[in-house]
Structures are given as structure tokens and as C-alpha cells.
Design a protein around this ligand. Structure first.
Ligand code: P6P
Length: 330
């Protein structure tokens, strides 16, 4: 059977849709190199070494930084900054952007959550890397907010790597969503899930119900609605919440369903970051036929005012996200 690698696939897409520049394929290849390194580190994290646990520092959101967060961030930063394809890198783990010297810079802006769900690593729960790629917009070599704070719909490509029972890359460059599985014997990611489409409606809901007391009444009513018994509308839904966004998102992408991180009394703007989590996953889910909103505003219509801006998030099967929006409207 013909085995298609990520670079071959991106090159085919570029020729068909994006104009064959080769830079995006080259950047994707660098991302894969970082993903292979992190996958190896995660698979042996419990064996010797001192790579598990927290660093004792906190990120810009006050969250405890895990040692593997730092390793993932520095690994991708080192590889991507030298790729010759990007002029700036922003990361959930870095307060400020890294600007690539003009002589080594390329035309893309690279944004990442280097290791999402890292608090789960010590208990062997799957985690992931999320990335988003924009084109530089401002004239000349200087990187400005016009480049770093772009509308979600202006993404060139977005994707994630899920480090689970297998290591998978799922990406979209605006023309379908495609999944690749790492073949450890080859050391390459091979096309395994071409043209992923999220089911129009699912029967899974993913939310941290420990926050129920912090929710507004409309959010509480929606979750109660999903739990009611009504076979005609496929209820009750199943509750599935891993606490690792990439894993919850990936399962719902393949099986259908809705992931929610609402605004609440504790997190009035929600918890998930626009640039590193909500924006890239919204790009992917829409390209797979799904929907992503804050509950009232389409995620991809948002232009952030800060690189670490958080947004409430309802994302997944179109029917289920629209149902949530209906409850939050009335
Ligand atoms: P909570 C992980 O820290 C993360 O950013 C996402 O991966 C995950 O969905 C969410 O936070 C879990 O947050 O508040 O439910 O523990």
C-alpha cells in the first residue's frame, strides 16, 4: 500500500492550493522532528533521569510548569527558530515572543502549546502539542502586533500531536483535516486518517463538572439537558473528560461530541488560550465540518488583544455546539 508521509502530503496540498513555495512543508517537517523527540522523552520519562515532576516555577497564568513543559518548549523553540521558515515564535510557556533575527527568518509566525495536559504526565495520561501558523503581515523585517495578534480565520495551518497509545499528528492547511501515525519502525509519520470529518452530532460531552458551582444557570441547564433520558434525541450523552484538551478534542473529533471550557466565576474568560489552544483547534474542527465558539462568538472571528488571551470554548460537532449556543442565548 502507498505510504504517504506528512511532507509529501503537504507538498501535494501546496501544489494544489497554496502555491508550491515549499516553506510550509519544510516547517511541518521541523515540527515532526520536535514531535519525535518529545514522543521519545515521554515514553521513557519514568525510567531514570529526573524529567518527571514540576520545575517549581509558574507560567504567565500562574500554572505550575512541569519539567517536560520546559523540555518541550525548548526543543520546539530550538528546532523551529533555526528552520529558516519563521520570523517569530510565541508559546504558552513563554511570557514574550521570541523574534528570529532577520537573516535567519522566514515568512511564518509559529504559535504553540508545547505540551498540553502536562500535569497528567506523572500518571501516564496522554498529552499533546498544539500549533498554529500565520503569515507575517506587516511590511519589512520588524515583527509587530499586526503579526502576533491575528484573527483566527487568518491561520495558514494548524495542528496537534497527541502522545497517546500511538503518536499521531493531525493537521489542516485549510483543505481538509488529515491524520498521520508515527511508525516507530520507520521513524516517520504515515497518513492513517485522510480527510477526517467530525460527526454532525455526537453523544459525548466533555467538561469539568467540578466547576459546576462556578457556572451560570444557562450552562448548568445545558449540562442537565444532556443528562436527561430522551432516546429520540440521543440523550443522555456520555461524560468523558480526560483533563488533557488535546486528548478530549481528538476523541470527539473522531467520534463526535462537544468539549466545553465555559467562562465561570473562577475563570471569567475561560481557561483555554486563544492563540495556543482554542484558535488552532477551531481551525481544525471547522475544516472537519464542526464548529467552535465562545458560546456566542465564532472563535475564528476573534482577533486577540494579548498573546496569552483566554476565551470560553465550546468546540466539536456542529449540532452539539449549536445546541449549547441556543441554551446560552435563551
Ligand atoms: P481543568 C491542561 O492544563 C489544560 O490546559 C487542558 O489541556 C485541559 O483541558 C484543561 O487545562 C483542564 O483544566 O481546570 O479541568 O483541570
Amino acid at each position: 500500500m502507498k505510504q504517504t508521509t506528512v511532507v509529501q502530503h503537504v507538498q501535494e496540498q501546496e501544489k494544489k492550493f497554496l502555491g508550491a513555495t515549499g516553506e510550509l512543508a519544510s516547517l511541518m517537517n521541523e515540527i515532526l522532528a520536535g514531535a519525535k523527540i518529545i514522543s521519545l522523552e515521554l515514553n521513557k520519562a519514568g525510567i531514570g533521569g529526573d524529567i518527571l515532576g514540576a520545575t517549581g516555577t509558574r507560567n504567565v497564568h500562574g500554572e505550575a510548569v512541569q519539567k517536560l513543559d520546559d523540555l518541550a518548549n525548548s526543543t520546539f523553540l530550538s528546532i523551529i527558530s533555526k528552520s529558516g521558515t519563521v520570523c517569530a515564535i510565541t508559546s504558552e510557556e513563554m511570557e514574550n515572543p521570541v523574534i528570529v533575527p532577520p537573516e535567519q527568518a522566514g515568512k511564518y509566525i509559529f504559535m504553540m502549546d508545547p505540551l498540553d495536559g502536562s500535569s497528567n504526565i506523572d500518571v501516564n495520561v496522554s498529552t499533546g502539542t498544539i500549533f498554529s501558523i500565520y503569515r507575517k503581515k506587516s511590511p519589512g523585517d520588524k515583527v509587530t502586533d499586526q503579526d502576533l495578534l491575528q484573527k483566527g480565520a487568518d491561520q495558514v495551518a494548524a495542528g496537534y500531536v497527541v502522545y497517546g497509545s500511538s503518536t499521531m499528528l493531525v493537521y489542516s492547511s485549510g483543505h481538509g483535516v488529515h491524520g498521520f501515525t508515527l511508525d516507530p519502525s520507520l521513524g516517520d509519520f504515515i497518513l492513517s486518517h485522510p480527510d477526517i470529518r467530525i460527526p454532525e452530532q455526537g453523544n459525548i460531552y466533555s467538561v469539568n463538572e467540578g466547576n459546576t458551582e462556578n457556572w451560570g444557570d444557562k450552562q448548568k441547564k445545558f449540562i442537565s439537558y444532556l443528562k436527561e433520558k430522551d432516546r429520540a434525541s440521543g440523550r443522555p450523552y456520555k461524560a468523558r473528560y480526560i483533563g488533557s484538551f488535546v486528548s478530549d478534542f481528538h476523541r470527539n473529533l473522531l467520534k463526535g461530541g462537544i468539549f466545553m471550557y465555559p467562562s465561570d466565576a473562577k475563570n471569567p474568560s475561560g481557561k483555554l488560550r486563544f492563540e495556543f489552544e482554542a484558535g488552532p483547534m477551531a481551525f481544525i474542527v471547522e475544516n472537519a465540518g464542526g464548529r467552535a465558539s465562545t458560546g456566542s462568538e465564532r472563535i475564528l472571528d476573534i482577533t486577540p488583544t494579548d498573546i496569552h488571551q483566554c476565551v470560553p470554548l465550546y468546540i466539536g460537532s456542529r449540532f452539539d455546539v449549536e445546541a449549547a449556543e441556543e441554551f446560552l442565548r435563551n
